[in-house]
Design a protein around this ligand. Structure first.
Ligand code: BG6
Length: 499
């Protein structure tokens, strides 16, 4: 049964304005919601329907691309939005929520709840919904990341959710999985016969996964300072990318087979021994600097709602191993950071060098083949290989063979959230994270968090905003090599690199 109302907890929050409303508008405009679809935003901020609609009108202007702004459609969309002021942590406030819900959507029970609140409320909201009987069997619940703060809290949230909903009603969202280019990793690997035979420890030397941004934390200081890069990006988005690169081919692309393979990867992550954490995990925090010709950028500790002595990491680089037959000994390097030179997410697969060097090569020519899967921007893929430089002698040079989505007319304009919200409304859960996956991922990261908490000697390196993070992060790469620092463009980056 397709959901006919979405109740958003955290309705006046940043995620609702930046992502959820634009995505719902997208679905609305394309006629992909039910005819009677409604949105009920619930939150602590005092609002009524009119003031809330006006604020969403403003934020749609900010967050929708110009070509998608259409006054008439926006007017119609705003009319399906309602607001309910309440304290989601207070069980007594749920009777009035139920009345409002029944009033707007009736008692069919096809409700979709979206938990876009701080994770501490995930332990309360499901029980409150149950207490007033609106956890109906046709309802669904989407839970935002980070799913808990650590393994223990994730287990607690899982068991609390399961007191109110069945596992097939629970949708743990990781919006990276809604991106076309992330889903394409599966097509790239499993729809082509030529890569998979090379996709293992015999032919791959290392894998780098980078997802960095050129902005700071904006207005999210309160959330970010208690979260940090590990919980915000690594434990979910980046480890999910690693899973797609490292997983075995699923028997079928369905919710159980695909998600079983993801869990297997998480369970194969070799635990990092406490004594290895300092040399394999590098954390950093941006400090004030000037960029783009003199523009002053605040340091993290000067951001709004951030503690002036905060030790929260805004950059994290790690070296991981997947202990199984396919990957034993192959390092996977993962890196994320705020206030870096550009916004880019990509995966670089380095193949092993040829065993014997027959030809001379120009100095700048790396001797390894590389496959770059670009998640964003300039979405596409590049395979780098060597050719003979025309002319006398036998110099070889590395050249790119590339595909970018422009060649297919660009990517569809739906964003990742629209895709996943629609999947959830249709009851399709394959692209959502299962409870055992969340727990297996936390089980891997818990010792790192523990060590940071308990040991005062683990350094937090400052890096000037607008740089590629602490230089110490290069030291985790084996063989004296460095990270591949991507340009905004995927190709034609040799002459100049646009950031
Ligand atoms: C979110 C994080 O999950 O992902 C943000 O909370 C981050 O801190 C964002 O900026 C990045 O997503 P995208 O799709 O813009 O790369």
């Amino acid at each position: 049964m397709k959901s006919s109302i979405m109740v958003i907890f955290g309705g006046s929050g940043d995620l609702t304005k930046r992502k959820l409303m634009p995505s719902l508008f997208n679905l609305f405009k394309k006629g992909r919601l039910t005819d009677d679809f409604k949105i009920l935003a619930a939150g602590r901020t005092e609002n009524n329907n009119e003031t809330f609609r006006a604020s969403i009108n403003e934020s749609l202007k900010l967050f929708l691309p110009n070509e998608e702004q259409n006054e008439t459609q926006i007017e119609r969309f705003l009319s399906i939005i309602f607001y309910h002021s309440m304290d989601p942590s207070n069980m007594n406030d749920y009777d009035s929520l139920k009345d409002k819900l029944w009033d707007i959507a009736g008692k069919k029970g096809d409700y979709l709840y979206y938990l876009a609140t701080p994770p501490s409320l995930y332990e309360i909201i499901p029980l409150c919904l149950k207490s007033v009987g609106i956890n109906t069997k046709n309802s669904r619940v989407i839970v935002e990341k980070p799913f808990g703060y650590d393994l223990e809290s994730a287990k607690r949230v899982n068991s609390i959710l399961k007191e109110s909903f069945e596992e097939n009603q629970i949708y743990r969202i990781d919006h990276f999985l809604g991106k076309e280019t992330v889903q394409n990793i599966l097509a790239f690997r499993f729809a082509n016969g030529i890569f998979e035979p090379l996709w293992n420890r015999n032919y791959i030397e290392r894998v780098e996964i980078t997802a960095v941004e050129n902005l700071g934390i904006g207005d999210r200081g309160r959330f970010y300072d208690s979260t940090g890069a590990l919980r915000d990006m690594v434990q979910n988005h980046l480890i999910q990318l690693l899973a797609l690169v490292a997983m075995e081919p699923p028997v079928a692309f369905n919710e159980s087979e695909f998600r079983n393979e993801v869990v297997k990867v998480y369970k194969s992550l070799a635990p990092i021994k406490p004594e290895d954490i300092p040399s394999r995990v590098v954390r950093g925090q941006y400090i004030a600097s000037e960029r783009d010709g003199g523009r002053k950028i605040k340091g993290y500790r000067e951001e709004k709602n951030v503690h002036p002595d905060s030790h929260t990491e805004t950059f994290l680089a790690l070296k991981l191993f997947v202990s199984n037959w396919r990957w034993d000994g192959v390092p996977f390097y993962i890196r994320t950071g705020k206030q870096m030179p550009t916004k880019v997410s990509e995966i670089v697969v380095y193949f092993r060098p040829t065993p014997h060097k027959l030809f001379s090569s120009r100095q700048e020519c790396p001797e390894q083949n590389q496959l770059i899967i670009r998640i964003q921007p300039n979405e596409g893929a590049v395979l780098k290989f060597d050719i003979k430089v025309p002319g006398s002698g036998f110099d070889v040079k590395q050249v790119p063979m590339e595909f970018t989505y422009d060649k297919l007319g660009g990517l569809p304009s739906e964003d990742a959230y629209s895709k996943l919200i629609e999947d959830c409304m249709n009851g399709e859960s394959v692209l959502f994270t299962r409870s055992d996956a969340v727990e297996a991922s936390w089980a891997f990261f818990d010792p790192i968090i523990e060590m940071w908490k308990n040991s005062k000697n683990i350094p937090l390196y400052g890096y000037p905003a607008g740089t590629w993070g602490p230089l110490e992060s290069n030291a985790i790469i084996e063989g004296g090599k460095n990270w591949t620092n991507p340009c905004k463009n995927l190709i034609d980056t040799d002459l100049y690199c646009e950031l």
